[in-house]
Ligand binder design. Structure first.
Ligand code: PTT
Ligand code: SF4
Length: 612
């Protein structure tokens, strides 16, 4: 724990903007140094606000839910990759904590408008644009934009507010309360996998537009600017920089296939015979430009011409889920599906997941509809049906967990999710630590808090040893810091940009001295608070079963590839999970113990969830 001399001077703005869409009122709220030092920003602020202000067990799509746009203390400064924003809420998909991390000019503008977060509650009477310009807040009629896709919405708003205004919007998916609808910005940045777009839609909020013109204060602005330039230079000089610019995350397709972790045919397989056709080099063949988040010089968005002649932005996750996972090996067509996901504002990972699930259900005769692997036209039509909740699309719009409950049979065995959030694009039959990372992620099966699969393929790959559980935990704590600071983790993870740069930046911005131990301990505090949120929501129903990966990975071995025959071992996984809990200071049900919460400075939380 550290203490700030005074807040509202440097680094943090010290203010939240509270907006009530029902009453059309707003108020600026100040927070103190103690709050900032414990929760830092981004996910830390969002989690604490949700914990303090949200009544347990309320309907996530009701007006009482909070929609939070939270920046971090580094967001918006002229330093590498500082254009990130956490969008958070209680998730309609999982019923637990939900967030996403989106690169957007809205992140920068929120900070320059004088806030560190915008907290939206209530529900507008009719479709609304929330317009924030520094201290001014307006509730604008979105009538003619309601029903538009996110691209058209943003284009119209950009026509009015210009190129660098901060705009995040929803597409038809969010409007129609698809439970995995996300929020979209800049035609290719998307965030909030666990249905944050649906929460926005439930509030009849079509878009948030923010303009800010204040200079961000810093304890040592000149040194911060100089070190920012030095950081950009170092990124440019990284040996893998030029390959990263060529392919971004797309090179992962070939890597995942070679390592038998590329999801194919609804995770029946970890290899795909047409992987090269949808891989990084194939993407280079369709590529027209790079796109990215504000303040980034390693822009990773691969903009390609898709099979319909439109621009589409490709990332590994989207391509694996809408390509190999549905048996589609034509990258131009996969690109159409990823664009459609962005236009409708549907999370592409969950979309690929529910499509794969539906095709398998059809093949097995559990669904009456006839669907086939690799059928682009069918997949496109079904994506549209999901966005508009038509027919089978309506069933799939609630996510794979709910769909499996409705269609029955043994479909729950091949519904690929953890806690209701669909699995991201790594098959884990041969990587137990990555399975553990999915199972214990703060939002459900997301790879972002602990992408340990790359490390694991080189370290005791099939093992369930304690050191692997420790590695998952440490990675979660380290990656979690990026969720607090409001910067992208890719320079650190993908280019080897030293994480100490961020300590330097934080110290120059705030005038306080930071160590990684301090930040990591704040990250651990937030991680346990997120866990407490889940426990409070699920109450007595909570058990360690919530932290277990899908049954398919235990029951069905890989059928193809060099690791044919591999699968997870349920007994060993159980012991692995318990070892992880012990290291976290959680009990055998995965509930943080009183002494753990007290050590983390969360005694008030212990009172609500601990019985030990
Ligand atoms: C993120 C998840 C990811 S993670 C991907 S690809 W990835 C998918 N992208 C989607 C998309 O695109 N369109 C769409 N309709 N749905 C999508 N769903 C999927 O969403 C993203 C990058 C990426 S690309 C990653 S890993 C890193 N994630 C970071 C993170 O989580 N924190 C952090 N501090 N830095 C990060 N840097 C990288 O950001 P969610 P973005 Mg995204 C088109 O939000 O909910 O976390 O889901 O924000 O601006 O697009 O950047 O291989
Ligand atoms: Fe955004 Fe990619 Fe740059 Fe990260 S590396 S800030 S995700 S464009």
């Amino acid at each position: 724990m550290f203490w700030l001399r005074e807040l509202n001077m440097f680094g943090w703005n010290g203010h939240f903007l509270n907006v009530n869409l029902s009453t059309r009122k707003f108020a600026v709220e100040s927070y103190d140094a103690h709050f900032a030092s414990r929760f830092i920003g981004g996910r830390g602020f969002a989690t604490k606000i949700l914990w303090d202000r949200l009544p347990p067990k309320m309907d996530p799509l009701s007006p009482r839910n909070l929609l939070i746009f939270a920046a971090g203390p580094l967001t918006g400064y002229p330093l590498p990759n500082s254009g990130k924003l956490v969008v958070a809420s209680k998730s309609p998909l999982t019923g637990g904590y939900g967030d996403g991390n989106i690169g957007t000019y809205a992140a920068v503008n929120i900070r320059k408008a004088g806030y560190d977060a915008i907290i939206v509650q209530g529900k507008a009477e009719k479709p609304t644009i929330l317009y924030v310009n520094n201290g001014m807040v307006e509730f604008l009629d979105a009538g003619d934009l309601w029903g538009s896709c996110s691209f058209r919405t943003e284009a119209q708003l950009r026509g009015v507010y210009g190129r660098v205004a901060g705009i995040v919007s929803i597409g038809q998916g969010g409007e129609n309360l698809v439970k995995f609808a996300c929020v979209v910005s800049q035609e290719g940045r998307a965030g909030g996998r666990p249905g944050i777009g649906a929460v926005m839609g439930s509030k009849k909020l079509k878009a948030l537009v923010v303009e800010g013109s204040k200079e961000l204060s810093a304890a040592d602005p000149n040194a911060l600017r100089e070190q920012g330039i030095a950081g950009y230079r170092e990124i440019l000089a990284k040996p893998n920089y030029s390959f990263w610019k060529r392919q971004g995350t797309m090179s992962t397709v070939e890597w995942a296939n070679e390592n038998s972790v590329l999801p194919a045919f609804n995770y029946r397989e970890g290899v795909f015979s047409e992987a090269e056709k949808i891989g990084g080099f194939a993407a280079e063949g369709l590529k027209v430009s790079n796109r990215g988040c504000p303040n980034c010089n390693m822009t990773c968005g691969n903009v390609v011409k898709d099979a319909e002649g439109c621009n589409s932005e490709l990332d590994y996750e989207n391509v694996a889920m809408l390509g190999s996972n549905i048996g589609l090996g034509d990258l131009g067509q996969v690109s159409v599906l990823t664009r459609v996901a962005d236009e409708f504002g549907l999370d592409a990972i969950s979309l690929g997941n529910v499509l794969g699930f539906a095709i398998e259900a059809s093949e097995k005769g559990v669904l009456a509809e006839k669907l086939s692997w690799g059928d682009f036209a069918e997949a496109k039509t079904l994506s549209e049906d999901i966005a508009f909740r038509r027919g089978l699309g309506n069933l799939l719009a609630d996510g794979v967990r709910a769909a499996a409950i409705k269609i029955g049979g043994n479909s729950a065995d091949w519904a690929m999710h953890v806690k209701g959030l669909e699995i991201s694009a790594y098959d884990c039959r041969t990587t137990p630590a990555m399975a553990l990372a999915y199972a214990t992620s703060p939002v459900g099966a997301h790879h972002k808090d602990a992408w340990v699969v790359g490390w694991e393929t080189q370290h005791d790959r099939f093992g369930y040893g304690e050191e692997k559980a420790a590695h998952v935990l440490e990675t979660q704590n380290t990656r979690g810091v990026f969720e607090l600071l409001g910067v992208c983790r890719f320079p650190f993870v993908n280019l080897g940009f030293d994480r100490d740069w961020y300590l330097k930046y934080l110290s120059l911005a705030t005038g306080e001295t930071f160590t990684w131990e301090m930040l990591s301990s704040a990250s651990e505090r937030v991680f346990s608070l997120v866990r407490a949120f889940w426990i409070r929501e699920y109450g007595d129903a909570w058990s360690s079963d919530f932290d277990v990966p899908p049954a398919r990975w235990f029951n069905e071995p890989l059928n193809q590839g060099p690791l044919k025959g591999s699968r997870l071992d349920r007994k060993k996984y159980g012991a692995f999970l318990q070892s992880y809990y012990q290291k976290r200071g959680w009990n055998a049900r995965g509930i943080p113990m009183k002494m753990t919460l007290e050590k983390l400075g969360l005694s008030e939380v212990a009172l609500q969830i601990c019985s030990d």
